[in-house]
Ligand binder design. Sequence first.
Ligand code: RB5
Length: 142
Amino acid sequence: MIAFGCDHGGFELKKDILDYLEKNNIEYKDFGCFSRESCDYPDIAKPVAKAVASGECEKGILICGTGIGISITANKVKGIRAALCGDCFSAEMTRLHNDANIVALGARVTGPGLAVKIVDTFLNTPFSNEERHQRRINKIED
Ligand code: RB5
């Protein structure tokens, strides 16, 4: 189960991402928002991050205008490693090296075609499980 959330700045991209998830039979829980009406990204990012941190959802996708506010907020939740990605290389590396559990996107920065590819890369790249990467991840929470 994937946790999905966006603010009004990310709403434009929401349909493309949910279409991708549905076409690939990936189950998701939609934490909003549900219209273009202005809202506050922490109100979306926190429930998504908590759903991932608790294990209710395996990974998360968060979108705001830049991806910055929503990723900063998600990273305040213990156990969350949210990576703001604007390219597929970063999406792949953050899974391999950081075992990132949330991908954040900036809808006003990254076009829909690339954003879908980033999500696809993120969801389909496993953690490397290499000792040095796990050691570094453990130090994040120390
Ligand atoms: C909303 O206008 C915008 O500030 C928000 O979507 C995001 O970019 C914040 O980091």
